[in-house]
Design a protein around this ligand. Sequence first.
Ligand SMILES: Cc1cc2nc3c(=O)[nH]c(=O)nc-3n(C[C@H](O)[C@H](O)[C@H](O)COP(=O)(O)OP(=O)(O)OC[C@H]3O[C@@H](n4cnc5c(N)ncnc54)[C@H](O)[C@@H]3O)c2cc1C
Length: 182
Amino acid sequence: MGCEVSLAPGAATFVFPTTAGQHCVAALTTVDRFPEFRADTDATFVSVLAEAAPALAKALPSATREERWTGTTDVPHYYRQPWGPGWALVGDAGLHVDPTRGFGITKSFNEAEWLAEAVTEGMRDGDLDGALERYGRARDRAGAVYTERNLSWARFIGRENDASAIQREGPLPLGSLAEWAA
Ligand SMILES: Cc1cc2nc3c(=O)[nH]c(=O)nc-3n(C[C@H](O)[C@H](O)[C@H](O)COP(=O)(O)OP(=O)(O)OC[C@H]3O[C@@H](n4cnc5c(N)ncnc54)[C@H](O)[C@@H]3O)c2cc1C
């Protein structure tokens, strides 16, 4: 089995291979259902799978769970000041978005590239603070796009049972530092 994403109103599942023929299976739903998970993790997990990926839920009894359950509701969105004199933050340290849409790694690498470019320019031109300010502006603007998209997915707002909804969202806010800081 490769990677699979299944979406339904109020529920989603991810499956992806890990190691030695094993797979990670994730069930996502709204925070208000967390008490159900706490009360009966196995049953609630299967019930969320059944909503988003019925075939997977049917296949599950023939699988063996190799790891302990891992779950959380503690995935806040936050913005921290991205730079100051002689320092800057990239990735989750500076701006965190709910992991539902799987943006975090792309966002972190992109910010790291922008910061490297900004520092190079700032040192070349003798204006490191000005360059870091441009980096921070680009980070905030792109971050607003990630945040808006992510929140609607994390809240299951307006989602169809159709993974092509992800494709219809258009490209991620990548592009050049100059473009996003302008
Ligand atoms: C359940 C879940 C699923 C996700 N799925 C996806 C996905 O499918 N795709 C995607 O793109 N993103 C996903 N993400 C988000 C992604 O994992 C993060 O956005 C990304 O790892 C952030 O990278 P980072 O380098 O900024 O931070 P991290 O990966 O958190 O790295 C920070 C590192 O710094 C270390 N550290 C912390 N404090 C100190 C210290 N004081 N001294 C030294 N080291 C320290 C930490 O131990 C850690 O290793 C997911 C996140 C979660 C929680």
